[in-house]
Ligand binder design. Structure first.
Ligand code: SF4
Length: 595
């Protein structure tokens, strides 16, 4: 270990950790190295380990877009592995960026890209490793003792967050982050960085945390300290904007995807969740209206990208690595999916894509997938019984599922994966038995090979029709998981993986919590969620299981994604009545308010 000099500051750095990062960088292609001089310096942080962050196209794309701006430089940082975190503590090394190994507190902005609520617990840990106070109020109180006397540099970075999880409900991080960028980032970043730069250049002696107030003028920026929440038990009684803050935050949505760069693995590395397969987003949103699905509602309307541009991006990945992964909420519905697969096959590439809709499968598509080296066909029946598929508006039936399995088997596939949810509204034990029954029929139809079930407790999410519904009783979830486990136990070649009811309970709390959850997240990042929960057990139980009222103020009501709350309520009621809703008909429909 030695002391290192960045600007006027001195910080300690472990050479072992520095070398590890350099080894990672040496395997990357497409890394951007830029001078910091005269630029807004952003450290983009994925609040989990490197391999997961580099698999995420939102993270990759924000990094690329920021570095494409002349007035900005963006470097990356990640949650260290447990072993590396110990080395950070042992050597007193502060968390540093990958590209230039600059400590995080040197940046103007630390931007967390947050796709999953489970990663909230890593954010306080990352700030602590960077020697930055975890609470926004603590950072507002005084200068950064780690930095020099220069009035601009003597301040803490602005801590911001964006991404799918916080765009649904930023409140659980409201006491930790200074501001949020809500919605689809592509359309927001240029304006945000330009205003940030203008504010800082205009008066560098002003405290940066106060300058955050001016960023509230952007419609998609949410500054939580400018809003006061009043509570009535677990409910929110009132939300009041302070000091002239705007009434609502309009999340950014890019209706014309082709106006923006195609999200893809701009930085290629072998160390990703898909073994280094370069990914390309080919479409966004899904119009089928499955009532549980957060990706379906948050990213409405369904949007496809220009086929030529997509083909070019896919072929570029294939030429570099021989592989490609196609990403989107409804990949099998992309109008040119067969052309894309054909192009991949003609280049001798392996092409993977996420789960397939049973009603989009045909012999030609499956033959192409087979030729593209696709090994496991993933389907998402979500429920075993037709009654439950009616509640969630899944729009498929047993006959369609079994016909799809026949096609898959005839095409030569021997591995199928099925996604199921347990604990859905109105569910009974018989619906768990129906999961067993359907799975065993599918296995019998396969004759040989393996069937893997992924069964997860259903967690109601904001901006979906089930946002008012209580999370199922944990005992019911555990019992139904046990029914499925027992039901498949004797069948060879059928396996099951499941998220535990306790893990799901914690996620169910932070998904729909108000800002009182910030302290729980901070405590849980130190002690673990189970121990931290003891101090707030009653509030958590009530928040998680409570049936919300129709006209109740929800913590995320400040955010406008274009979806009408009344439409979501009608969909919720239709779900409880088991009534279907047809898929989106873009151009001829105005029912949800987005188009
Ligand atoms: S307005 Fe209609 S077509 Fe547009 S996103 Fe909503 S439901 Fe789909």
């Amino acid at each position: 270990m030695r002391q290192s000099y960045i600007g006027q500051e001195v910080f300690r750095i472990s050479w072992k950790l520095k070398q590890k990062v350099r080894d990672i960088l040496s395997e990357e292609q497409g890394t951007v190295y830029k001078s910091h001089a005269g630029k807004v310096r952003v450290c983009l942080v994925w609040p989990n380990v490197y391999a997961l962050g580099m698999t995420n196209l939102g993270f990759q794309t924000v990094c690329r877009l920021l570095n494409d701006m002349e007035n900005c430089v963006c470097e990356r940082a990640f949650l260290p592995s447990k072993e590396d975190a110990l080395e950070f503590s042992r050597t007193g090394t502060e968390l540093f960026s990958h590209e230039t190994q600059t400590p995080l507190h040197e940046f103007d902005i630390i931007a967390f890209s947050v796709s999953f609520e489970d990663d909230y617990f890593n954010i306080p840990a990352i700030l602590s490793l960077a020697n930055i106070p975890v609470r926004s109020s603590e950072r507002r109180q005084g200068p950064n003792p780690l930095r020099g006397s220069n009035p601009l540099r003597g301040q803490y970075p602005v801590i911001i967050a964006g991404g799918a999880a916080v765009s649904l409900n930023p409140e659980p991080l409201a006491e930790i982050c200074d501001l949020f960028l809500l919605g689809e980032g592509e359309g927001a970043l240029t304006e945000f960085i330009a205003l940030f730069e203008r504010i800082e250049k205009a008066d560098i002696s002003r405290r940066r945390q106060e300058a955050v107030r001016e960023l509230d003028s952007l419609p998609f920026v949410y500054v939580p300290s400018l809003y006061e929440f009043e509570y009535d038990g677990a409910k929110v009684r009132a939300i009041r904007p302070l000091r002239g803050a705007k009434e609502r935050i309009r999340a950014c949505k890019n209706l014309s995807l082709d106006n923006f760069i195609i999200p893809q693995s701009f930085i290629r590395t072998p160390s990703t969740g898909f073994g280094g397969t370069p990914l390309v987003e080919i479409e966004r949103g899904c119009g089928r209206g499955c009532r549980f699905c957060v990706a379906g509602f948050l990213y409405l309307p369904p949007r496809s990208r220009n086929a030529d541009a997509v083909k070019e991006a896919v072929e570029s990945g294939i030429k570099a690595t021989g592989k490609a992964g196609l990403v989107g909420a409804a990949v099998s519905e992309y109008p040119q999916i067969k052309e894309l697969l054909r192009a991949g096959v003609s280049l001798g590439a392996e092409v993977t894509l996420s789960s397939l809709r049973t009603d989009m499968l045909d012999a030609e598509l499956l033959a192409l997938l087979n030729m593209a080296g696709y090994k496991t066909v993933t389907l998402a029946p979500e429920a075993g019984s037709q009654r439950m598929r009616g509640v969630i508006n899944k729009g498929i039936d047993d006959r369609g599922i079994m016909e799809a399995v026949s096609l898959i088997t005839e095409a030569g596939f021997t591995r199928i994966k099925l996604y199921f949810l347990i604990g859905l509204p109105l569910e009974e034990d018989a619906d768990a038995e129906a999961v067993v029954d359907l799975s065993l029929r599918i296995k019998a139809a396969m004759k040989k090979g393996s069937l893997a079930l992924s069964v997860n407790p259903f967690i109601p999410k904001p901006f979906t029709p089930f946002q008012w519904h209580g999370f199922a009783d944990r005992a019911d979830v555990q019992r139904r998981l046990a029914i499925i486990k027992k039901g498949i136990a004797r069948q060879r070649g059928v396996t099951m993986s499941a998220m535990s009811a306790n893990e799901a309970f914690t996620q169910a709390y932070v998904s729909r919590a108000d800002r009182r959850a910030s302290e729980f997240i901070i405590e849980a990042s130190i002690k673990g969620p189970r121990r931290a929960a003891k101090a707030v057990a009653a509030l958590m139980e009530e928040s998680v299981h409570r049936q919300r009222e129709h006209d109740e103020i929800l913590p995320w009501d400040l955010i406008d994604h274009g979806l009408k709350k009344d439409y979501l309520w009608k969909e919720y009621r239709k779900g409880l009545d088991g009534k279907p809703t047809p898929a989106c008909n873009v151009g001829a429909c105005l029912r949800c308010g987005v188009c």
